[in-house]
Structures are given as structure tokens and as C-alpha cells.
Design a protein around this ligand. Structure first.
Ligand SMILES: CC(C)(COP(=O)(O)OP(=O)(O)OC[C@H]1O[C@@H](n2cnc3c(N)ncnc32)[C@H](O)[C@@H]1OP(=O)(O)O)[C@@H](O)C(=O)NCCC(=O)NCCS
Length: 154
């Protein structure tokens, strides 16, 4: 996950300790998409077994029914194959199964690919944080209401 993070973000990266906290202590969910044996990707030959190619970190917070997507990335060699769309849907399922009524996230205002992904998945902008990132880029705040659903039915 650290390797994917380092290949995916130039600023505001999650550190090893942030991943450890998210996995071991935080109230939330960390989902990883594995490379499948027999995958079409040249980066995942079958004799290497499974390895993560994408991840998403969700936080749940007391006092709010809204989950927050705090980090989300697909490794560069596996982008454009629908992995983010499916992983985002699985994260939404996990949030809904936890009882969350919606999901919120921040995205860099210049992140064309991620903004298109979230728009196609039904996220709508509700606010902007100016100079939110280390390089002073603004963040768009996006939100999607979640219908109650069970992972068993998806
Ligand atoms: C944004 C990111 C997660 C997309 O991952 P991906 O697996 O390539 O996305 P998918 O293949 O599932 O694409 C789903 C949809 O996202 C949009 N999308 C994805 N990449 C895009 C691009 N380069 N340009 C425009 N739209 C894009 C499209 O709407 C696409 O649907 P379509 O294929 O039917 O057109 C990936 O580029 C990434 O990890 N970027 C770096 C980290 C990052 O920006 N994370 C988000 C932080 S908020």
C-alpha cells in the first residue's frame, strides 16, 4: 500500500504509521484490491501469487453518520481497467453496512481522473477548501448519499 501511495501522490502522502493506525486502530475499513492470478496485467504473473494493486481507507466517526474516504489509489500500471470503480463501490457497501448514510471525501481540484471517477459514481460537490494541500491546491469536497444495503446482496 505504501508503494502504491508513493507512486500515486506527490504531496500529502499517508506514511507507514498512518496505514498502521488505519488498519490496526482506527474506526473504519481498509479495503485492498488484489491482483488476480491469471490477470491480464503484465505486472502480475501467475507465479507471483496475489499482491495489492489498489486500496481505499474509510474512516467512521462518532457523532456523524457520514463516512470519510481518507485515501484511495490504484497503482499506475493497473489504471484504466475499472478497478477504482469496483473498489469504490465495495467501500460504499462497507460504509452502508456499517450504517453510514453517506460518504464524503476531498479531492484535489486539478485531479481530472479522480473527479471524473467520483462524478460518474454519483458524488456531488458541496464545498471547496482553498489551499487545502501542501502545495496550496484547493480541495473539492464531495458527498454521496448511501442507500442502506448489505454486502451479501451486492
Ligand atoms: C483516480 C484513480 C483512482 C482512477 O483509478 P482507475 O482504476 O484508473 O479508474 P477506473 O478504471 O475504475 O475508471 C472509472 C472511471 O473513472 C474515470 N476515469 C478514470 N481515469 C480517468 C482519466 N485518466 N481521465 C478521465 N476519467 C478517468 C472515468 O469516468 C472512468 O470510467 P470509464 O472508464 O467508463 O470512462 C487513479 O487514477 C489513481 O489512483 N490516481 C492517483 C491517486 C488518486 O488520485 N486518488 C484519488 C484521490 S481523491
Amino acid at each position: 500500500m505504501l508503494a502504491i501511495e508513493e507512486q500515486s501522490f506527490a504531496t500529502d502522502r499517508m506514511m507507514r504509521r498512518n496505514f498502521r493506525y488505519a488498519i490496526l486502530k482506527a474506526k473504519g475499513v481498509v479495503l485492498v484490491a488484489d491482483c488476480q492470478v491469471g490477470s491480464r496485467s503484465d505486472d502480475c504473473p501467475s507465479d507471483m501469487g496475489r499482491r495489492p494493486v489498489a486500496y481505499g481507507v474509510l474512516g467512521f466517526h462518532a457523532g456523524t453518520p457520514l463516512a470519510r474516504l481518507t485515501s484511495f489509489a490504484v497503482e499506475p500500471g493497473n489504471r484504466g481497467r475499472g478497478i477504482a470503480r469496483r473498489l469504490l463501490s465495495a467501500l460504499e457497501d462497507a460504509a452502508a453496512a456499517h450504517g453510514c448514510a453517506g460518504l464524503r471525501l476531498e479531492v484535489r481540484a486539478d485531479n481530472v481522473a479522480a473527479i471524473a471517477l467520483y462524478a460518474a459514481a454519483g458524488y456531488r460537490r458541496f464545498a471547496v477548501y482553498p489551499a487545502y494541500y501542501e502545495d496550496d491546491m484547493a480541495a473539492l469536497r464531495l458527498e454521496k448519499p448511501l442507500a442502506a444495503r448489505s454486502p451479501a446482496t451486492t
